[in-house]
Design a protein around this ligand. Structure first.
Ligand SMILES: [Zn+2]
Length: 487
């Protein structure tokens, strides 16, 4: 029986050729379906999740593949002026052209030699095509490139040009934004470069000593804020003295002495008897050093943190984190220096603008943004970006008090260059020493109109000297132009 049984069993296992073929086909179907599902999953994940990151990563080689089938889209100003466009040369190759030359160099960026600015930020959109799929297929079949989508930015050509002109041949930074939306209207950094010539001049630019021409000083330049930082010291004082800050008095004789340490007011001016508002308007170093010594150092550190020092900032462009390092055990001289924005504190002009914009917007910071919308080459809408809230940097009543005191700076203090008959501006000047024997960095940060802010501006002129004389007039031109146009 056993052999029979074995034979029987063996026979049951054997398959006819037909059955063999069926199961092979079935296996093949399973494998194919599994592979297909896997591929679909990957493609779906890529399209929905990773694609934007992959394409936006300026170091990714896949970019070249997209650029092979899509002609990089245009970058436009808020009113449609062309800031960057891809053109065909006579030999059929493509060049990226920047009609405004160096004026938008850092903010629009470049797309050869890596990508920077909006060229990097919007890379995904510029290399994605949303025109009619039939047109796309037609072009693909005939070997022609499809037109990439175009980016409409928040940038205002007139303001950008005015800021660029006003800075002249000085090195520095100007940034302009709408406090109630976060729309960035202008961003100028000098020294600049001509993005049309970036390929030819690359070696020259990167070998230049001490210029750092490719650095966007607005977001990446770290500077001592000087007296512009008195905004932070003032806020801390008001937070610690909510009921009696207006009782503050200080008698300034032009010099403040602390142990062996002597701190002078600007040009050793004796400001005399000062209220808090007067001390702020006159940027009295003695008063701010003196009240700084009274502040709770731990609370001061927390306030600096809430104002985005030592923090990630809501910026899509490459940026440097601002630094505030005064600890609870800081010695007196460091407290004095920190209270007037000297010492170890460093901030970027863009960070200064964000703090200013939050004050202008009742304490709430809107996330700054540069891309207004994406559209097809025909102007059909693809995607639109709306203003978004970052959060409250201070209470509304604190912002209101700061606004009034900043209006005082312009009305009867160091910011008088911004005083106008047609609007009421608010701001703060700064002159930050950074090296003995060299001129101070000049700051002005402010907004207008004080009662209903429409625009916030930060200006920083490297080695400009006095903030009131070198930086404030740049802001004045921006305010005049923008507010004059609105009427
Ligand atoms: Zn003084």
């Amino acid at each position: 029986m056993r052999p029979v049984f074995r034979r029987e069993k063996k026979r049951r296992r054997e398959k006819t050729p037909r059955q063999k073929a069926d199961s092979s086909i079935l296996l093949l179907v399973y494998v194919t379906v599994a592979l297909f599902l896997g591929l679909m999953g990957y493609v779906g994940h890529f399209l929905l999740v990773s694609r934007e990151d992959v394409i936006n990563n300026s170091y990714n080689a896949r970019l070249d593949n997209f650029a092979r089938t899509v002609e990089r889209g245009k970058i436009l100003s808020s009113n449609g002026s062309v800031l960057a466009v891809t053109e065909q040369t006579q030999d059929g190759s493509e060049i990226r052209s920047y009609p405004f030359g160096p004026v938008f160099s850092h903010v629009v960026g470049y797309s050869s030699r890596g990508k920077t600015g909006i060229e990097a930020l919007g890379n995904f959109y510029l290399l994605t095509c949303h025109v009619n799929p039939l047109d796309q297929m037609g072009r693909a079949l005939t070997g022609r490139k499809n037109p990439g989508d175009q980016i409409v930015t928040t940038l205002d050509v007139e303001l950008q040009q005015a800021a660029w002109d006003a800075l002249g041949d000085r090195n520095g930074a100007v940034a302009v934004m709408e406090p109630h939306t976060g729309r960035v209207l202008a961003m100028v950094s000098k020294p600049d470069f001509d993005p049309n010539a970036i390929g030819d001049q690359w070696d020259l630019i990167v070998s230049e000593q001490g210029q750092a021409r490719l650095v966007n000083r607005v977001t990446q330049g770290l500077y001592p804020p000087g007296s512009a930082f008195k905004i932070v010291t003032l806020l801390e004082y008001i937070m610690e003295h909510p009921g009696d800050y207006d009782q503050y008095r200080f008698d300034c004789d032009g010099q403040f002495e602390y142990g062996d340490y002597t701190l002078g007011c600007y040009h050793k001016t004796a400001h005399g008897s000062q209220s808090l508002a007067q001390a702020f308007a006159n940027s009295c170093n003695g008063a701010f050093a003196s009240l700084g010594l009274e502040l709770d150092k731990k609370a001061m550190g927390e306030t600096a943190g809430r104002l985005l020092f030592n923090r990630e900032q809501p910026l899509a462009l490459a940026y440097s984190q601002s630094r505030f390092s005064m600890g609870e055990d800081a010695p007196g001289w460091e407290v004095l220096q920190t209270s007037i924005g000297q010492g170890l504190t460093q901030m970027t002009p863009m960070h200064c603008l964000m703090v200013t914009a939050a004050i202008a917007n009742g304490g709430t910071l809107m996330n700054p943004y540069l891309i207004e919308r994406v559209e097809t080459v025909m102007g059909e809408p693809v995607k639109r970006f709306e203003p978004t809230v970052y959060g409250m940097l201070m209470e509304e009543d604190q912002a209101r008090i700061l606004t009034e005191m900043m209006a005082g700076v312009v009305e009867h203090g160091t910011g008088s260059a911004v005083k106008s008959d047609s609007y009421r501006a608010a701001g703060k000047t700064g002159s930050a020493q950074f090296e003995t024997g060299r001129e101070s960095h000049a700051w002005f940060t402010g907004f207008a109109p004080a009662e209903n802010p429409r625009i916030a501006v930060t200006v920083m002129v490297e080695e400009g000297g006095s903030g009131g004389q070198a930086a404030a007039p740049v802001a004045r031109r921006i305010f005049d132009l923008y507010l004059g146009r609105e009427e």
